[in-house]
Design a protein around this ligand. Structure first.
Ligand code: ATP
Ligand code: MG
Length: 445
């Protein structure tokens, strides 16, 4: 993409309504525009990051054997009356009536809808296990929408639902989700710690929230610092193996890590004092096992091997896709702007032409642009006739992990400058070598 033809409405001033850094940078970098309280348009740069996060979530869900689909945002109130949640959910639910006076709602979550789909089409244990998921907009009429996309009213969520014959099978599905979530967050350049949580209105005995540590997080968290040394990394895992998934769950949840809702001072006191941490965190996902809470009242049953009709065991598993854009910025920025992890960056590399209109510099930039594109990478080429300082400031603000600076002086010596956004370190390289180095970094992801 050439910046002269892109839509990147960068703001010079700090927007006064933004209280936290991710909100400030998302507005300044032209990623989002508020359309109403807690409701945002995703401008091209923000949209790209959102899509990259979605792609990682899809890939990791599919790898775990979960099946993508799409349910609507608007739902009929009747299904929610069946589960009893139409009255329970309270004011966070946006209730609408259509022209015939039918009660509708903008889905805050999808347990009822998916259970209805399941009961309409599945009747035998032979069709289990089954996990269906979608990535769809949700609406919760939050009393205090704030911090930009972190606590929106309309927000994008991945929600998945498992259907299993027994509790044991459903707990395996729970563990599979835990593993796939660990992988997803790491690919986004994040450490998200599974912490024991509270069931809340969705209910359930087994539940973990995934928290990204950040000062601006809304949850207070208590944990054993050893947990921050754990990495899932590139290990191979067989998602069908009950033992392997269980082992990962045990590894990542055996140390003390809880949110304020489930915090237990006496247990926490057993953690050696020098490892006890009290901090803040951003909830970027949650997994639940809730048994037959919805399948029983809604009649989602299957015939088992003994020809008995039994309600299925279910769980639901959510990732806050749009909140993650803010969470990643909270975890990765400096005073100049965002620092995108390679896994989610909107463009792979920025090209800055120090002397637009200089025949040699222009040609070198064009050649770099072509080389990256041919390798399947997306460069953002700042081809505007701006001062170098302004170009650097824009690149720093939008946070591409790598930048190549091209100027007549370097070209005389056959070199361009490659700069790492995170460390600020630069090196001079022949243009082909710079391309090779950047391509190598992305190939290794
Ligand atoms: P919270 O406690 O932050 O209100 P929740 O526990 O009610 O969230 P879940 O039902 O667990 O939310 O939804 C799954 C994920 O969706 C959450 O982990 C979070 O990342 C995201 N999410 C929930 N509410 C919002 C919101 N208002 N804006 C953006 N993302 C949200
Ligand atoms: Mg939650």
């Amino acid at each position: 993409m050439r910046l002269s033809r892109y839509f990147l409405p960068v703001l010079k001033e700090n927007p006064s309504e933004a209280q936290i850094v991710s909100h400030r940078y998302m507005l300044r970098a032209g990623m989002i525009k508020q359309s109403a309280a807690g409701i945002y348009s995703w401008l091209p740069l923000g949209y790209k990051v959102l899509k990259n996060i979605e792609k990682i979530v899809h890939e990791e869900q599919i790898r775990a054997g979960h099946i993508p689909m799409l349910m609507p945002t608007l739902q009929s109130a009747d299904l929610w009356r069946e589960s009893g949640r139409y009255d329970d959910y309270g004011q966070e639910m946006l209730r609408i009536s259509d022209r015939h006076g039918r009660d509708m709602l903008y889905g805050p979550t999808n347990e009822e809808l998916i259970t209805d789909i399941f009961r309409s089409h599945v009747g035998s244990y032979k069709d289990l296990p089954l996990t269906l998921y979608h990535i769809q907009w949700k609406f919760r009429d939050e009393i205090r929408p704030r911090f930009g996309v972190m606590r929106g009213r309309e927000f994008l969520m991945k929600d998945g639902y498992n259907f299993d014959l027994t509790k044991e099978d459903a707990l395996h599905a729970y563990n599979r989700h835990l593993v796939s979530y660990l992988r997803s967050y790491e690919r986004m350049g994040l450490q998200a710690i599974p912490m024991r949580a509270d069931g809340g209105p969705i209910g359930g005995d087994y539940t973990h929230e995934f928290l990204v540590l950040a000062e601006t997080g809304e949850s207070e968290v208590f944990y054993d610092s050893e947990i921050t040394d754990l990495k899932f990394g590139n290990r191979e895992i067989d998602y069908d193996s009950v033992e392997q998934c269980q082992a990962v769950l045990e590894e990542f949840t055996s140390r003390y890590a809880r949110t304020d809702e489930t915090h237990d001072e006496a247990l926490f006191a057993q953690v050696p004092e020098e490892r006890r941490r009290v901090a803040r965190g951003i909830e970027v996902g949650q997994i639940f096992y809730f048994g037959t809470k919805y399948s029983e009242p809604m009649g989602a049953t299957v015939v088992n091997e003994k020809q008995e009709r039994v309600p299925v065991h279910m769980g639901s598993h959510g990732i806050g896709v749009s909140r993650l854009v803010g969470a990643i910025i909270e975890a990765s920025h400096d005073d100049k702007g965002i620092i995108w992890p390679e896994g989610v960056t909107p463009f792979h590399v920025g090209i800055v032409n120090l002397k637009q209109g200089d025949a040699e510099a222009d040609a070198a930039c064009e050649a770099l642009y072509k080389s990256f594109t041919a390798l399947g990478l997306e460069p953002l080429y700042d081809d505007r006739s701006e001062r170098a300082g302004a170009k650097f400031a824009t690149m720093d603000l939008i946070g591409l992990p790598w930048r190549i600076t091209v100027g007549p002086r370097g070209l005389k010596n056959g070199v361009v400058e490659l700069t790492c956004r995170r460390t600020g370190e630069s090196e001079e390289l022949a243009p082909e070598m710079a391309v090779e180095k950047v391509a190598g970094i992305y190939a290794g992801l």
